[in-house]
Design a protein around this ligand. Sequence first.
Ligand SMILES: [Zn+2]
Length: 348
Amino acid sequence: MRAWVIRATGSLDRIELTDLPPAAATPGPGDVRVGIRAAALNHLDLHVVQGLPLEYRFPHILGADGAGVVEAVGRDVAALRPGDRVMLNPGIADYSCEYCRAGEHSLCLNYRLLGEHVPGTLTESVVVPAQNVAVIPTLVPPLGWAEAAAFSLVTLTAWRMLVTRAQVRAGETVLIWGIGGGVALAALRIAKLRGAKVIVTSSSDAKLQAAKRLGADVTLNHTTQKISQEVRALTNKRGADVVVDSVGEATWDESLRALARGGRVVSCGATTGPKVGIDLRRLFWYQWSILGSTMGNDAEYREIVRRLGTGELRPLVDRVYPFGEARAAFERLARGEQLGKIVIQVAE
Ligand SMILES: [Zn+2]
């Protein structure tokens, strides 16, 4: 089967299209084989190419998000049948450790991500546990393969950040950095569903205009405006109740300067660097909470799929690339030009 792989980490030149032996014809008892129709890219994929402290098994198939058609199911799988249109939850848990038993699958001691710790979705067929497969809800107009592939990772991440971790409430002010990315866009949608006032930032005025159409209450250009001052001015000096910061070093100080008393900063990434500082006196005096968040548990995944079915959540697709042009898709992601998810069509 054709697959986009790396044989060593490094620059995007390492990404190559190759032919590999097909995925197992008969899935394991609890597994499902899915013929991939579309796969979506995430920042994670760039980090995997550049090199993470993982035990890579080369050639390594890239891609965490995917959607397609069930081709075969293991003998213990009752809820899915060949022919089902499905999408994948990229986070694979062991269902046996103490965190899994407590229902917190993204804290699993053996948590693995498709395309990171195990072979990914940029190929014709993958085998995954049945728990990681969700039937695509029926919608009018129907959800296309690209949208289905674009949904899971960023929506699950944003849901856990805003709903479970930061517990955003109606009437609160939420600041979201860098509105072009998939997590930020999902966070905007979810914060609006919760009844929050949402301030978003970008370096691109075109992205800010789009965010306004998508429901952002206030848009700020972080290359020309001092974000913390603007947020203070917009909130009668209070600051934002919740700051969604996946940018890291470049935005951290401003995130704290923009934060209200009792505020929560929630982080799911560090695209500009992982080391930040904090003045503990401000942390305890203002009673801030600093929250980490990664992916989500099975209950959260079921909830976002349900809300996809009601139309409350819907992913935004930036651009769809043919399978042969995956490297161009990675380059667009690396340049940060996208508004929404970059998707690769794997099969018709
Ligand atoms: Zn576990």
